[in-house]
Design a protein around this ligand. Structure first.
Ligand code: HEM
Length: 360
């Protein structure tokens, strides 16, 4: 893009765009962005080195893109019910199902598809690509994965199946107004949204489960609060938020104790310092709902040694050391609190499956 070199230290960015330390050296001045905004509008993409950088300069656009699609987190969030049901049926696979849950929510919001099971493109192929991307410089692999995702979207739209999701909204809008970016940049934008929303949420859920299993006294206090407000007859709803302050304290403590993005995201660091996560409201509400429902329905405990029957203590420091930190695979005992809790989950799951079939 002409004139860009005045604002961006292209050389440093091209050489180092995958290293956190170097990210701090990237200088894009606010004035530079402002000039580009005037010339190209509120959403534009920059070709920087081998990559594309998408710049969204409008608070409303970010809000519309991310926050308003939060209806999937409505008061009986179908994905959450399905996740609970999976924990009932296969508690030993909680690690994988926590990731599947988070991938599915992000894929529905961004791409209008759910990750139906662990064989789904939105779980298997997306995770394989993200794993590779962490280890190597995998620009082509990323372009290919999100290009395939885009093809799935185009195929369903060609069958007349437009859905309420971020990518369909923007496809409709750009068909009318014209395209502000290349196809590759567009596909990667929705891919990055999924990458930013899925792993982060899954990692924080796993941190909660680890911390709860290690701290049974916290569960006792949370259950007392939940039982006083909801009883056993119904699962907690977001409208109970004000009456359940301890649940919020647990979520916040998880984010403080083991923040998954402890250094921020390297590609988002500008001279002005760190920015706030645009998915913050969605993420906090989603985390609250999951924490409240998990604590209402289940008891979490450290695993037992199968040979001796003795408690095997979990290691609070067994975490990955990658850019987004996550507990290393661990074991916990998860059991439903009572038959009544099981019945309520089973009753809700039928309705959830019907709702979710529109995203198959
Ligand atoms: C528990 C869940 C989440 C955590 C802990 C989290 C945390 C963060 C952090 C720390 C950053 C980097 C801010 C910075 O230093 O520049 C970030 C950026 C970002 N997050 Fe989140 N996030 C979460 C969920 C989500 C969700 C659900 C979405 C959207 C669906 C989302 C979308 C984004 C995007 C697009 C960015 C890049 C922003 C930019 O480039 O300025 N996040 N997030």
């Amino acid at each position: 893009m002409e004139g860009l070199d005045k604002f961006v230290d292209l050389q440093k960015l091209a050489e180092n765009q995958h290293s956190i330390a170097a990210a701090a050296a990237i200088t894009i001045t606010a004035y530079g962005i402002y000039k580009l905004l005037q010339q190209y509008g509120k959403i534009f993409s920059l070709k920087v080195g081998p990559g594309n950088m998408i710049v969204i300069c409008d608070r409303k656009a970010v809000y519309e893109l991310i926050d308003r699609k939060g209806s999937i987190y409505s008061d009986r969030p179908p994905m959450a019910v399905l996740y609970m049901n999976r924990l009932l049926e296969e508690p030993e696979n909680f690690y994988t199902y926590s990731r599947l849950y988070a991938n599915s929510v992000a894929a529905i919001l961004a791409w209008g598809f759910r990750a139906k099971d662990t064989e789904s493109f939105w779980f298997k192929e997306v995770n394989a690509m993200i794993e590779q991307k962490r280890a190597f410089h995998m620009r082509d692999y990323m372009d290919r994965t999100w290009g395939n995702a885009r093809r799935l979207v185009e195929e369903r739209r060609s069958r007349g199946d437009a859905r309420s999701c971020m990518i369909d909204d923007k496809l409709d809008e750009y068909a009318k107004k014209g395209w502000p970016m290349s196809d590759v940049a567009f596909n990667n934008l929705f891919g990055e949204l999924m990458e930013a929303g899925a792993d982060t949420t899954a990692n924080q859920i796993l941190t909660l489960i680890l911390a709860l299993a290690m701290n049974p006294q916290i569960q006792v206090r949370a259950r007392a609060e939940l039982d006083a407000v909801c009883g056993t007859e119904r699962a907690p709803l977001f409208s109970d938020f004000d009456k359940l302050p301890y649940i919020n304290a647990i979520v916040k403590e998880g984010l403080r104790w083991r923040p998954t993005s402890d250094l921020g995201l390297p590609h988002t660091v500008t001279k002005g310092g760190r920015r706030i996560c645009p998915g913050i409201h969605l993420a906090e509400r989603s985390m609250w709902r999951i924490a409240a429902k998990l604590l209402w329905a289940f008891e979490f405990a450290e695993p037992l040694d199968p040979a001796t029957g003795k408690v095997q203590h979990l290691d609070p420091d067994a975490y990955t050391s990658s850019n987004l930190v996550c507990p290393l695979p661990f074991k916990v005992r998860i059991k439903p609190r009572s038959e009544t809790h099981v019945e309520i989950i089973k009753k809700e799951v039928a309705g959830a499956m019907e709702f979710l079939s529109q995203y198959d």
